[in-house]
Write a protein of this length. Structure first.
Length: 143
């Protein structure tokens, strides 16, 4: 996280790296029909990163594994963009990272592919054209 220079990005990455804070925050901001599926107390931070090394200057990520109330497990994938404006190809980048998560999970489990819920954070002023809007991401306004 030391390569993140924007204080807003550092704050959210730090907050969401703390297991208890991340669980409370995410369960509060996720849509109720999603958060109600997740078993409280089941958040596990994975140390894996799926961002290309060439893009680490602009992006970092966090991956949580969670248990569902009914049965099974899934992932909450959080992507942070370290720019004050959205990249036009962030949806494609998220899809690539999600595919890597599924490949990783399939290798670990022998073929099972869990659901992955992507979450995209960007700082900056909303302009209505961010792909984060269509991805149900969270925009964090600059002061």
């Amino acid at each position: 996280m030391s390569d993140i220079t924007n204080p807003h990005d550092r704050f959210f990455k730090k907050l969401l790296s703390l297991l208890e804070g991340a669980e409370v925050f995410l369960l509060l901001v996720l849509a109720p029909h999603v958060s109600n599926l997740i078993r409280p107390g089941s958040f596990r931070l994975r140390k894996d990163s799926f961002v290309d090394s060439s893009l680490r200057e602009y992006f970092s990520d966090l991956l949580y594994e969670v248990d569902f109330k009914e049965e099974g497990q899934g992932f909450l994938y959080i992507l942070f963009e370290h720019k004050s404006y959205p990249s036009p190809d962030v949806a494609f980048q998220l899809l690539r990272y999600m595919t890597r998560i599924w490949e990783y999970a399939a290798r670990e489990s022998g073929g099972s592919v869990p659901p992955v819920l992507p979450w995209f954070f960007i700082t900056g002023r909303p302009n209505g054209t961010s792909p984060s809007t269509s991805l149900r991401g969270t925009k964090v306004p600059s002061p």
